[in-house]
Ligand binder design. Sequence first.
Ligand SMILES: C[S@@+](CC[C@H](N)C(=O)[O-])C[C@H]1O[C@@H](n2cnc3c(N)ncnc32)[C@H](O)[C@@H]1O
Length: 341
Amino acid sequence: MQQNHFFSFHLGRLQLILLSPIVERRKSKEGEAKKANTMEAPPTVRRSRSTAVSQPGPTLAFQVHLETTSSDPVSPSSDDIAWLKSQLARNSIQEPSSSTSTWHSLRKGINPRTRAQQLEDLGRFKGISHYEGDEGSNHTALPCPGELLVEEHHSNYGEPWAGGRDVFEFLASTVELKPSDDVLEIGCGTLRVGLHFIRYLEVARFHCLERDELSLMAALRYELPSQGLLHKRPLIVRGDDMVFDRFGSDVFYDLIYASAVFLHIPDTLVWVGLERLSTKLKPEKGRIFISHNIKFCSRLGGEECTKRLTNLGLEYVEKHTHDSLLFSHYEIWYEFQKLRA
Ligand SMILES: C[S@@+](CC[C@H](N)C(=O)[O-])C[C@H]1O[C@@H](n2cnc3c(N)ncnc32)[C@H](O)[C@@H]1O
């Protein structure tokens, strides 16, 4: 295979390829999808299920149904997608137009407001019907700031909000997550991804360490109540120091993940985090997943990185990509596990 990588090295038995041009990755992804379709065994350390296989033609097939006590499947099936298409056809919903004016011409009798306008309206009118004067604050258990009500925080991180579901589906299906499993997210932000885990997992099984006050405010004061998830009692802790004692000394995780976090923080802090996290993984099943890139590792060089991981009792498993259901996009994830004896 012709390669055009900026950087490539061996990590243990596995070749880890970093900083390859996107086009190269897309080609290899198509290759992977073809391989999956022809049932060839993927070159992996352990068997892992691909959650989302791009197929040529109009139908996306997402077919992961985990064995779970919950009746809800993790990912849509091809029947679900076919049903969705039938509903679009039944209601004569045409293909979306790329022209803004045609797009807006679809709207009949609806007057859209931007978030800024909604926020202004909230400040001025407080909604259509509202209590006045002394009564004004008596009817809401925990009034939510207007900025959160208009969901400004859904645009805080650049990624589409809906991508949180893709991440959940990929991670949950890859590790074959059960509702009784324990999950820790590093940097859960406004719970774009975390909400889906919280909904799926049993009470108090989702933990998160997050440093940003505004994100925590959005997560706690808006997302959990508005999604009806307060009863799930997630343990969300404020901190930026990779200290996990606050989650309890006797908790061990089936899955620890960092979505779009480690690429933003200093390498030294990532290594401190990994050292502590390696002791919090459940033996055998426990996995750490890191998104986007692992430059904290590649910057050291392959051999040195492997040595440091080994010293921490960790090993690199494999690199994954997964598709989005809603937009043409895929994300890269790196998987680590406890070193096997
Ligand atoms: C790009 S956002 C991603 C948020 C979320 N994981 C998602 O995928 O929507 C990165 C998040 O990591 C948090 N973060 C950065 N450094 C951190 C640290 N040292 N400890 C905890 N959280 C951190 C930021 O505050 C931010 O919420």
